[in-house]
Design a protein around this ligand. Structure first.
Ligand SMILES: [Zn+2]
Length: 228
């Protein structure tokens, strides 16, 4: 019983510790400045990723795509397209399972395999990792620390994986959270069936609305305070 209890506490405690003490895991919005960064999780997706890329190209914006290894393996040409169009690519594990439900070995294998798959396709090392649902377990946290992959979460969540959020809901949620240094998370794949349709419809509105409010979309490193 005690072991189960300790095991159950270990994971939320790891998350809590990681969020508080891990460098760069998340950047809180700040009152000064006008920089924001767009990130997309759960792709690549043959239906939605090209649509997102088209919109980003139209507005001349670069974003970050946290890819799922298994999908990258199925659609390598999309991964190369994302890279060729100047966007950054990070790893979002291989299978997209929740960290609390994985054995120690599988926790690490899903990161390792996801990273290797993506790196093999783009022919370059990747630097960034985003855990599914933003949850890490202790094994992953320790592994990530020594593997050199940097963890990035988000500071504004469009909840676009939920179809019920709707186009207006996504725009409203992000508008409420908007500050400088905001890292926005949206999804170009996954979630409820058809949910990315809302994302693709909301995206041009979000970009033009935020630009007209004086914000500029920059790279993750610019938001985090480093050079690109
Ligand atoms: Zn995800």
């Amino acid at each position: 019983m005690i072991i189960v209890l300790l095991w159950g506490m270990l994971f939320p405690l790891t998350d809590w510790y990681a969020r508080l003490f891990s460098p760069q895991i998340i950047k809180k919005g700040s009152a000064e400045g006008t920089k924001i960064c767009l990130t997309f999780d759960d792709g690549p997706d043959p239906r939605y990723t090209p649509e997102v890329l088209k919109i980003l190209h139209k507005y001349q914006i670069t974003a970050v795509f946290f890819l799922i290894g298994a999908k990258a393996e199925r659609f390598p040409e999309l991964v190369r397209k994302i890279k060729a169009e100047g966007h950054q690519i990070g790893c979002h594990t291989y299978y997209h399972r929740h960290a609390y439900l994985l054995s120690p070995w599988k926790s690490i294998a899903t990161i390792l395999k996801g990273r290797q798959t993506i790196e093999r396709i783009i022919g370059k090392p990747i630097e960034w990792f985003r855990p599914p649902w933003g949850a890490l377990n202790l094994f992953q946290y320790l592994f990530l620390r020594q593997s050199g992959l940097k963890i990035l979460l988000w500071s504004a969540n469009g909840r676009d994986w939920n179809k019920k959020t709707g186009v207006r809901g996504i725009i409203k949620r992000l508008s409420q959270k908007l500050k400088s240094n905001t890292i926005i998370v949206l999804h170009d794949s996954g979630g409820e069936s058809g949910a990315p349709d809302n994302t693709v419809t909301a995206l041009p509105v979000i970009i033009s609305k935020f630009q007209s409010e004086g914000y500029s979309f920059v790279t993750m490193k610019q938001v985090l305070g480093g050079k690109d």
